[in-house]
Design a protein around this ligand. Structure first.
Ligand SMILES: *[C@@H]1O[C@H](CO)[C@@H](O)[C@H](O)[C@H]1NC(C)=O
Ligand SMILES: *[C@@H]1O[C@H](CO)[C@@H](O)[C@H](O)[C@H]1NC(C)=O
Ligand SMILES: *[C@@H]1O[C@H](CO)[C@@H](O)[C@H](O)[C@H]1NC(C)=O
Ligand SMILES: *[C@@H]1O[C@H](CO)[C@@H](O)[C@H](O)[C@H]1NC(C)=O
Ligand SMILES: *[C@@H]1O[C@H](CO)[C@@H](O)[C@H](O)[C@H]1NC(C)=O
Ligand SMILES: *[C@@H]1O[C@H](CO)[C@@H](O)[C@H](O)[C@H]1NC(C)=O
Length: 380
């Protein structure tokens, strides 16, 4: 089984997201409450770090058309036809799109994106030690923390003295957006002897360590995205037996796994809220937001909830690991906005927009994003 999964690594690896609307912010308030955003995560949030990272060759496809056709009209190394949730978040806060950390000479005055496709919550060494060769991306959330620390140093914010003005400039007025992380950890261990419970526990430890490090540095406004309903992705549907399905037609065991992970995540966040009462920690409920759309896709403008837009035509999901989006054998559908899924794993811009709306001005964030904004406005 592990063997048959190998070709999928390019997809699994790339998980990531995001969104928003300028009208999400109450009009009476400052349209630019945050000066900058720092983002973390995997391919659902990566806006270009994968290009120069030592990623698997399968990632090469993201540099090819039709990636990027809808909004940028060229590949930008985003795993979608257009904008991600993090792009909509930046737009809604009247900030420019975040530059990927790894590029030279970025202008970091409005933030930086540290997310990288294929990243895991658990340190890479764990996968190496267990011979889990599906994990060929050396970056984990811990790597992103190291990058963030290096970035702070480059801004003059030294580890030895964090009370200086440079640290204030770098950290005050910053929104920390932590995209989903952990989907890859489970994906890389598919078919291995490492249990889901082990992954969940280790992932939670590493993630908590990461989040706590940000909070200790003084992060005050933090949004943490849950894992989505990973059992609804065409890749999961393609791999799972036909009888492993839930009430909305997705892979039951996989949706259960992300649901269970999210429950543990929420418990951790609750502990961190108690430990860092000066911070606002928002849980963006990706699982339920996604689930709601999959229950009534047409209500959100989607005609194809399960079929990938970009693929080689393989029924029933338009998904075939050997003819992935970005290779010559795959083409994009003419109407990506009617599809939830873009390439078998990642979502279309249309879906990312719907998700962003649900997080930013809907009822899928706890506490709500407007609560976070209101708190920020009061603090100045
Ligand atoms: C970076 O961007 C800010 C805001 O757009 C601008 O004011 C500043 O001049 C830019 N810095 C550089 C070095 O280009
Ligand atoms: C990994 O592979 C090496 C070499 O084949 C083997 O010696 C080792 O026991 C394996 N480790 C695990 C955890 O399976
Ligand atoms: C840390 O930096 C601040 C501001 O630059 C300075 O006032 C303070 O003395 C420094 N503290 C130490 C321990 O160096
Ligand atoms: C992961 O690695 C980093 C350094 O690379 C280390 O500081 C951290 O403790 C490790 N985390 C876990 C959960 O093993
Ligand atoms: C998920 O699976 C576990 C056991 O594998 C089970 O105990 C639990 O009830 C399931 N949860 C849901 C929401 O289906
Ligand atoms: C969020 O606001 C936008 C713009 O006003 C609107 O189109 C969208 O329906 C809203 N979303 C939700 C979930 O309320």
């Amino acid at each position: 089984m592990a063997h048959s999964l190998k070709p999928c690594s390019a997809f699994i690896i790339t998980i990531f997201i995001f969104f928003s609307v300028s009208t999400a912010i109450p009009k009476a308030l400052n349209p630019r409450p945050f000066k900058k955003i720092y983002a973390f995560g995997d391919s659902f949030t990566d806006t270009g770090n994968t290009r120069t990272a030592t990623g698997p060759t399968g990632f090469a496809h993201v540099s090819n058309p039709p990636y990027g056709i809808t909004y940028f009209h060229r590949p930008t190394n985003r795993y979608s036809d257009g904008r991600l949730v993090i792009d909509f978040v930046a737009e809604s806060l009247s900030l420019p799109f975040l530059p990927p950390y790894i590029h030279n000479k970025i202008n970091a005055s409005h933030g930086v994106n540290f997310a990288v496709a294929g990243a895991t919550a658990i340190n890479h060494s764990f996968f190496v030690k267990n011979n889990l060769t599906l994990d060929i991306t050396p970056e984990s959330i811990q790597t992103q923390l190291l990058w963030f620390n290096k970035f702070l140093e480059s801004q003059g914010c030294k580890k030895s003295n964090q009370s200086g003005p440079e640290c204030k400039a770098a950290l005050a007025d910053a929104l920390f957006w932590v995209g989903e992380i952990g989907v890859n950890d489970y994906a890389y261990t598919l078919g291995s002897s490492v249990s889901g419970d082990t992954i969940r526990k280790l992932a939670m430890d590493s993630f908590t360590e990461f989040l706590q490090a940000l909070l200790k540095k003084g992060a005050k406004y933090v949004v943490v995205q849950a894992l989505p309903t990973t059992g609804c992705l065409p890749l999961a549907m393609y791999l799972a037996p036909q009888d492993d399905r839930d009430d909305i037609g997705c892979v039951k065991s996989v949706n259960n796994q992300s649901y269970t992970h999210n429950a543990a995540l929420q418990a951790k966040l609750q502990q961190l809220r108690q430990k860092f009462p000066q911070a606002v920690i928002v849980y963006a409920d990706y699982w339920n937001a996604f689930h709601t759309v999959m229950k009534s896709p047409e209500k959100y403008g989607f005609k194809e909830p399960f079929k990938a837009c970009c693929g080689s035509g393989e029924p029933p999901y338009n998904f075939d690991v050997s003819a992935a989006c970005g290779t010559p054998s795959a083409t994009a559908c003419p109407n990506p906005s009617q599809y939830v899924n873009w390439d078998g794993v990642h979502l279309t811009e249309a879906m990312y927009k719907v998700m962003s709306d649900m997080f930013l001005n809907g009822t899928y964030s706890h506490p709500s994003f407007n609560y976070l904004l209101g708190n920020k406005q009061r603090q100045g």
